[in-house]
Ligand binder design. Structure first.
Ligand code: UFG
Length: 345
């Protein structure tokens, strides 16, 4: 399919306005973390161009900039985006990101995550674009040997999702050396929360993530929450995760882009708070915030789920000057709850 300007959706402003702004291509810009970042980019004075095939993303979630609909594997489409206007950097969110699915159907993860990244990198380099920000994950570490996890921790993923992201991180090292591609890999811990005005939030079909599932129970859409395993070696037997507000993830992307724009070299950063919460703690907090009872049932642990994942985020604090602002449990759950009650998509 050939991509033409007529297929672009200019969300807010006329095209002439954008001519003076730095354009950043955001793959997966209609997805959960991508759409918050798109909004943050626009608020920071950049022109986001979202590319999304809308398989998981939502057209209504792109509130700023341009939206190009199509698949990342479509090289002609990518070519036309880079030809249409100068792109200064790429933020690459689009990927499959379910641990369980990655265990059941690894082919999707190697074909789509690794395969599409190869195409994207080839096209951007052929247009001389050399700044790349990758959505990576704490799942690249596997079962932690020590907690909190810093960036030097060995990377031994235990699921195909983490493995697929690690492949890309490794490719980036070689692309830097050989082609001068400068990249920042952001290893997210557990994204949570919604925009403060409840315009954007998490919307997956089906929803597998913990906080939105708890909130569906609070709303009466689900009968009860399954707690996946309560015999892990943690203080209450349930898994511990480091939850990070999606707005804090968005601001880290802006900081990473500025890092590369200053001419700094390729880097990897953990994005978490350094504080873990167990599944049971999250359920209790959500019960208090929503003032609803959350019935639970313990079921067996999921394949590929490490007992505890908690970040040491010091490197991002020190080098990027990035600190989470919204990642206390109360703000994450209450913003997600406000979104859940008046969701637009
Ligand atoms: N959980 C439940 N019940 C549910 C849903 C989740 O007990 O109904 C548990 C999970 O077992 C896990 C925790 O809640 O211990 C968090 O689960 P999520 O599904 O919300 O998140 P994950 O930790 O599985 O996945 C997230 C990201 C992935 C990333 C991964 C790293 O979505 O992209 O963190 O572990 F790879």
């Amino acid at each position: 399919m050939c991509f033409t300007s007529a297929m672009w959706r200019r969300v807010l402003l006329g095209s002439s306005y954008f001519d003076f702004m730095t354009s950043i291509l955001v793959t997966g810009g209609a997805g959960y973390i991508g759409c918050h970042t798109v909004r943050e980019l626009a608020r920071s004075g950049y022109h986001p161009i979202s590319l999304d095939n809308l398989s998981e993303g939502h057209r209504e979630a792109v509130l700023e900039g341009d939206l190009a609909t199509g698949d990342l594997s479509d090289e002609a489409l990518l070519e036309s985006i880079f030809q249409d206007q100068p792109v200064d950097a790429v933020m690459h969110f689009a990927s499959r990101c379910y641990v369980r699915e990655s265990m059941e159907n690894p082919r999707l993860y190697y074909e789509q995550n690794v395969g599409n990244a190869l195409v994207l990198l080839r096209v951007m380099l052929s247009h001389g674009v050399k700044k790349f920000i990758l959505s990576s994950t704490c799942a690249t570490y596997g079962n932690p040997e020590r907690v909190p996890i810093d960036e030097t921790h060995p990377q031994n993923p235990i699921n195909s999702y983490g493995e697929s992201k690690l492949f890309i991180e490794r490719m980036l090292k070689h692309y830097d050396r050989a082609y001068g591609l400068r990249s920042v890999s952001l290893r997210y811990f557990n994204a949570a929360g919604a925009s403060l005005d409840a315009q954007l939030g998490e919307s997956h079909h089906p929803e597998t993530h913990l906080i939105p599932r708890i909130l569906k129970v609070a709303k009466g859409e689900l009968e009860k929450l399954q707690i996946f395993g309560d015999d892990y070696p943690t203080h209450d037997g349930s898994c511990i995760r480091d939850y990070i507000h999606v707005l804090d993830l968005a601001s880290a992307h802006i900081a990473a882009y500025r890092w590369l724009s200053e001419g700094q070299g390729s880097e990897v950063f953990n994005l978490g708070t350094g504080q873990g919460h167990s599944v049971k703690q999250v359920v209790t907090a959500a019960g208090q915030i929503t003032e609803q009872e959350i019935p639970v049932e313990v079921s067996p642990g999921r394949a590929g789920d490490p007992p505890q994942l908690v970040a040491n985020p010091r490197r991002a604090n020190q080098l990027l000057g990035w600190w989470p602002k919204y990642s206390d449990l109360e703000t994450m759950i209450s913003t997600a709850w406000a979104w859940e009650q008046k969701r637009r998509y």
